[in-house]
Ligand binder design. Structure first.
Ligand code: AHR
Length: 514
C-alpha cells in the first residue's frame, strides 16, 4: 500500500513542480468575477487637462486663422472627439492661481496681455478665455473642470466668475456675459478652488488652506439647477497629512479632493529622457506608475475615516509621465515625445483607477496637446496621435461600465535585481452586457500566457485589439505618424468559462467578450 502511494506522490510532486515553475516563468492565472461588480467606472476617470503652458493652448488648440482672427484647431477637436473626452480641466495647473478671468472676456483686441512667468516667460494675449473654453468643450461634447484662483485672486473674483458662467437670470455677471454674446448660462458644475495650494498655488500649510478653502467655497452659490461640485486642492503624491487635515477641517464642504502624482525616472532635478532610456529606466517608470495603487489605497483609507459613505471623490487631477523636455525645446514648455513605454505606463494607471472606483471618480491626464504626456503633438499644421492617445481610445470601452473585481496572479518581471508585477488588468461590463478586459504585459522580453476564468456570466465570442511595437521606445513622428497604433489581436481563445490569452512582450490588449 505504502509502496504504491509513494511513486504516486513523487509523480504528483513532479507535476506540481512543473506547473509551479511554468507559472513562475510565463503563465498567469486570472479570475474575472462578472457577477460581482457594483461600482461604475465613471467616464470622468478618462478626463484631460489643458493648461496655459508652452504650446498646449496657443498653437496646440488655439491658432491664428488664415483670415487673421483666432480659431480652434479642427483636427485636434476631431481627434479628441474620437476618444470621447469627458472633461477638460483648465486653465491650470499652476497657471490657475495666476489667472484673472476678467482679462479673458470681451473683444479680443481689448484684452490685456499676460506674461506667463510660470512657463517660459512668454507674453499671451488672453485671446483664449472663458467663452473660447466653453465653445471648445461644447464642440468636444465634454464638460469643463474650471480651476479658480485662490493664490493671487480674491473671493469676490472667484464668486463672480462662477456667477458669470452659471447665473440664468438677471444679475451683474449674467448681464456682462450677455453683453459678450452668450445668453444662456453654461451650467459648469466642476469647480476647483485653487490648485496645488501647498506649492505654486500659494505655499500654504494644510490648516491655512483648509480655512481659505472654506472661505472661497462659501461664496459659490447654487444657481438654477446647478450647484457647485467643489474640488479642493489635494495632496502631492504621498503627503497623507494634507488629506487628513483637509478632510478633518473642511471635509463637509468638499465634494472632491484633487491628488496629483507624476511618474518620472531619475530625480525631479534630472529627469530621464522620453525616447532614450535603458531597460532599467523602463522598469523604473512602470514601477512608479504602479505606485498609484498604494496612493489611492492610503488616501482613500484616510478619507474613509471622515467620510465612510464615500460622498467625497478622490480625484487624480494631474497624472502622467514627466520626462526631460525634448532637446532644442524651451525647457519651460514641457514638450516631450511619447513612446510605447508611456502608453503602457498609462495603461497601468488606468487599470488601477478602474479598480478603485468606489472612491476615485475623476482623473485628468497631463496634458492634452504638446505638453507632458500628451495625446496629440502638433508641428505647424501637422498633427500626430501619440501611443498614449491610442490607450485612451482603446480604454474608452470602460466609460461608465461596471467595474468587475478580478483576482490576478501577475507574475514578476525582473531586471537588474529589481522586479515588479508583469501583468496588470482591469475589467468591466457595459450597458449591453459586453465584458471588456484590458491587460498589459510590461515585460519587454517575455510573452505571458494568461489562463483566465470568467465567473458568473457566459460568453461565446471573444475579439481583441493590441498596442505593441518591436522597440521599447517606438513612437510616432511627423515623418512616421503611424509607427505605433492599435492592430487587431487574435491571441485569445474562449472555451466555456475558460479564456486563454497570449500576451506578447511589452503589449497592451483589450478584449471584448459577448
Ligand atoms: O502640469 C504641469 C504642472 O504640474 C502644473 O501646472 C502643476 O499643477 C503641477 O505641478
Amino acid at each position: 500500500m505504502t509502496l504504491r502511494i509513494v511513486p504516486a506522490l513523487v509523480l504528483l510532486c513532479l507535476v506540481a513542480f512543473q506547473i509551479g515553475s511554468a507559472t513562475a516563468q510565463t503563465s498567469q492565472r486570472m479570475v474575472v468575477n462578472a457577477d460581482l461588480g457594483q461600482d461604475t467606472i465613471s467616464r470622468h476617470l478618462y478626463g484631460h487637462f489643458a493648461e496655459h503652458l508652452g504650446r498646449g493652448i496657443y498653437d496646440g488648440i488655439w491658432v491664428k486663422a488664415k483670415s487673421g482672427g483666432w480659431q480652434v484647431r479642427e483636427d485636434v477637436v476631431e481627434a479628441l472627439r474620437a476618444i470621447r473626452i469627458p472633461n477638460l480641466r483648465w486653465p491650470g495647473g499652476c497657471f490657475a492661481d495666476y489667472y484673472h478671468w476678467q482679462d479673458g472676456i470681451g473683444p479680443h483686441d481689448d484684452r490685456p496681455t499676460i506674461v506667463n512667468n510660470l512657463w517660459g516667460g512668454v507674453t499671451e494675449d488672453n485671446s483664449f478665455g472663458t467663452h473660447e473654453l466653453m465653445d471648445l468643450v461644447e464642440q468636444l461634447g465634454a464638460e469643463a473642470v474650471v480651476v479658480g484662483n485662490v493664490g493671487s485672486g480674491t473671493v469676490q473674483e472667484m464668486s463672480q466668475w462662477w456667477e458669470y458662467m452659471n447665473h440664468p437670470g438677471t444679475s451683474p455677471m449674467a448681464n456682462l456675459r450677455r453683453q459678450n454674446g452668450r445668453d444662456k448660462p453654461w451650467n459648469v458644475r466642476y469647480w476647483g478652488v485653487g490648485n496645488e495650494s501647498w506649492g505654486c498655488g500659494g505655499n500654504m500649510r494644510p490648516e491655512y488652506y483648509a480655512d481659505e478653502y472654506k472661505r472661497f467655497a462659501t461664496y459659490l452659490h447654487a444657481y438654477g439647477n446647478v450647484r457647485p461640485f467643489r474640488i479642493a486642492a489635494g495632496a502631492a503624491g504621498d503627503n497623507y497629512e494634507w488629506t487628513e487635515v483637509m478632510m478633518r477641517e473642511a471635509g463637509s464642504m468638499i465634494d472632491g479632493i484633487d491628488l496629483h502624482h507624476y511618474t518620472i525616472t531619475g530625480t525631479w532635478e534630472k529627469k530621464g529622457r522620453a525616447t532614450r532610456f535603458t531597460e532599467a529606466e523602463w522598469l523604473e517608470l512602470m514601477k512608479n506608475s504602479l505606485r498609484w495603487d498604494e496612493l489611492l489605497t492610503r488616501h482613500s483609507a484616510i478619507m474613509d475615516q471622515y467620510d465612510p459613505e464615500k460622498r467625497v471623490w478622490l480625484i487624480a487631477g494631474e497624472w502622467g509621465t514627466w520626462h526631460e523636455g525634448e532637446p532644442g525645446s524651451n525647457p519651460g514648455f514641457l514638450y516631450q515625445q511619447n513612446t510605447l513605454r508611456d502608453a503602457l505606463s498609462a495603461s497601468l494607471a488606468l487599470n488601477i483607477f478602474n479598480r478603485h472606483v468606489e472612491r476615485v471618480k475623476m482623473a485628468n491626464i497631463a496634458q492634452t496637446v504638446n505638453v507632458l504626456q500628451a495625446m496629440i503633438l502638433t508641428q505647424g499644421e501637422q498633427m500626430i496621435l501619440t501611443p498614449t492617445y491610442h490607450v485612451f481610445e482603446l480604454y474608452s470601452v470602460h466609460h461608465d461600465a461596471v467595474s468587475l473585481p478580478i483576482t490576478l496572479d501577475a507574475g514578476r518581471y525582473e531586471h537588474g535585481g529589481e522586479s515588479i508585477p508583469a501583468v496588470s488588468a482591469s475589467a468591466s461590463r457595459d450597458r449591453d452586457g459586453r465584458i471588456h478586459i484590458t491587460m498589459t504585459n510590461v515585460d519587454p522580453k517575455q510573452a505571458r500566457t494568461v489562463n483566465a476564468t470568467l465567473r458568473g456570466q457566459r460568453a461565446s465570442q471573444v475579439s481583441g485589439r493590441i498596442l505593441t511595437a518591436d522597440e521599447m521606445n517606438a513612437h510616432n513622428t511627423f515623418e512616421q505618424p503611424n509607427a505605433v497604433q492599435p492592430a487587431s489581436f487574435n491571441g485569445a481563445r474562449l472555451s466555456g468559462e475558460r479564456l486563454t490569452v497570449q500576451l506578447p512582450p511589452k503589449s497592451l490588449v483589450v478584449l471584448e467578450l459577448r
